[in-house]
Design a protein around this ligand. Structure first.
Ligand code: SF4
Length: 210
């Protein structure tokens, strides 16, 4: 006899098949492994380069190093279709607002790779009049890759570190799935002498005097 709640399962099948429902799968973290496996092997990077490091990123995507082995060959020309932003090169003050704007336009879950000395901390241009000392002052970074420029092998190693991070994530813990606590867009800096918002000038002057 069966009704809506009771399903007869032959003994032989019972030994082979686990019967459960979606809520229990999620609660028990049983979905994390296949879900993360799919995500780690199909990350779509944004087609976006800033300076000399971008040349190495392009080389990584070409046949010799072959990012396709990591499922990452589908570079998207739109932030709406991308889930990885590789900041590959010098981050100028003029470019920061556009980078933050692009980051905000990417759907969750999304990841940022700071490729090279410039993106990670300003590199040889640190403290320069038009360069910021690392993109992590404006957007969260998941993986930093050292080098000036990093080799394609180093970038691939960074991708593997990102895959390890994805492996450790859980649907139950990450904020992307929490409807009660939505993630706000990051403030877009306003281009100016010190990347400050001119509308805050009175407050900044007051604080400087204090
Ligand atoms: S880290 Fe070196 S290679 Fe990369 S963008 Fe900066 S100066 Fe160029």
């Amino acid at each position: 006899m069966t009704d809506e709640k009771t399903i007869e399962v032959p003994d032989e099948m019972r030994a082979q098949v686990a019967l459960t429902n979606m809520a229990d799968l999620v609660k028990g973290n049983l979905l994390d492994k296949p879900y993360n496996w799919g995500r780690r092997n199909s990350i779509w990077p944004m087609m976006f380069g800033l300076a000399c490091c971008a040349i190495e990123m392009i080389a990584t995507a070409a046949s010799r190093y072959d990012m396709a082995r990591f499922g990452m060959e589908v570079m998207r020309p739109s932030p709406r279709q991308s889930d990885m932003l590789i900041v590959s090169g010098t981050v100028t003050k003029k470019m920061v607002p556009q980078i933050v704007r692009l980051y905000n336009q990417m759907p969750e879950p999304k990841y940022v790779v700071a490729m090279g000395a410039c993106a990670s901390g300003g590199g040889p241009f640190k403290e320069g009049y038009n360069v910021v000392a690392g993109i992590d002052k404006y957007i969260p970074v998941d993986v930093y890759i050292s080098g000036c420029p990093p080799t394609p092998q180093a970038l691939l190693n960074g991708f593997m570190k990102l895959q390890e991070k994805i492996d450790s994530q859980s649907i139950n813990r990450e904020r992307w799935y929490d409807k009660e606590d939505p993630i706000e867009a990051l403030p877009v800096p306003v281009l100016g002498p010190d990347i400050m918002d001119p509308r805050d000038y009175a407050m900044i002057t007051k604080q400087a005097k204090a």
